[in-house]
Structure formats: structure tokens, C-alpha cells
Write a protein of this length. Sequence first.
Length: 262
Amino acid sequence: MEILRSPAVVLRKVPYGEADVIATLLVRERGKLSALARSARRSRRRFAGALELFTVSTVELRPHRGELWTLSSADVVESFAELARDMGCLAHASYGTELVRELSAAEQPEEELFDLLLDLYRALARRGARVDVLRAFELAALDLAGVAPVLDACAACGRTDSFSLDRGAVLDASRGGAICSGCAPASRGAGVRPLPAGARALLVAAQRAARSGAGLAAVELPSGDDAADARDAALTLVGHHIGKPLRTLEFMGKMRTDPRVA
């Protein structure tokens, strides 16, 4: 019988039966999978906090039936439970977890995406909730999922001159990203939105920061009036590739008055 032992993080958990839990895990060496954790709700000592959100554990899994595994054991390696004590950190960590869950494919190794999610948790624990870090995280996640938007050129014709990209440009996720003023008339639909120069500049800077290899805790981007447009553009890109609204965005929306979260 196959035994899988690897670092993992909980992406979601739901009650099953009287005492069990079915956990959606992102297993570093195996990708996203579902596992049955027997008696997880009956005994707090059974997995000793390893099935909590924002927790990295070493798990041991065995095949159960179909695509479902059995979680034999789980030992906490690193906990970020303190993130739940700050509303901004909780919002960003929950959103990041849901985004990774939706972008990852079933049982496809996602080592870089796993590491990116941990990088987000660590950045939040170190610096708190920051909008610039969240933008870099979103663009890094899309990059790793193979759907990175083109932001420093026209995704349709390849033009890079500022005149075409900063005046009358739009964001069109279905065409791959930023669309210059010359190509913009061909972009139509609910997913098309104006892309102001300042918002595009913020997204370009966030994308470059995400690709720099320095880690999310090192991201330091200017804030300003264009942050809201950059946020809406990023969420448009995420929504297009996910194909449905993320539930955590409703929680995020209620906290728009907090400048750390917007």
C-alpha cells in the first residue's frame, strides 16, 4: 500500500459523519487532494492542531477509496495561528488560501505554489497585512498557474510605448492582460475595464517584485490613488481565471475602510 509523507497545508475542512473531517490539503509533493481525518472532531489530541488553517504540517497519507485518502498522522511544523487575531492578516491569509485552492489542480505537484502560500503567511506574520504584498502574491500565483497577464506591453499587438498603453488602454483578461488604445476597440464584454496608467504601473511593479526572487516580505511598492484601480484590475484577472467569485472577497469587501486590506 502506498504511503505518502510530505509537508502539507490545510486549504479547507468540512465535517463528515459524527466525528470525522474531510480536509482539502495542498501536499507539497503531490498537490491538492482530499483526505479523511478520522475522529478529528471527537479528540483534540488526535491531530493536535495540525488541521487548523494557516498551519504547515508533515502528514502521512494512505489511499482510501477513489480520490479520497486517509490521513494517518499529522505533525505541526510551523503554525501561523496568530494571523487570525488580526482582521487584516486574517482577511489576506484566508483570501490567499482560497486563491491557491482554486488555482491548484488535483494531485498535480505544486511545490512552488505551496512555497508561495507559506511565503504569504510568513510575510503577514512579519509585516502585517499590506496591499502591495497582496498584489504581488496574486500575480505570482497567476504566474505559477501558467496564466500570467501581460502588463508591460499590449497583450494583443506587443506595443510597449507609453502613449498607447497609458492613454485609453484597457484590461482584457480574455486577451491576456493590458490592451493598448489602438487594440482596445476590439475588446468588449463584462471583463473589460479601463486601465489607468498609474494602476498599470503598480501592477507592473508588483509583477516584477513577485518575479525577483526576494520574497513577499521584501515587497515595497508606493501607495496612492491608483491602488483601488490596481486592486480591481487584479481581481478582474483572478475572477476570469477562477471562473467564479471567491467567497473570501465578500469578507475583504467589508473591510475596505481599512487601508491595509483594500
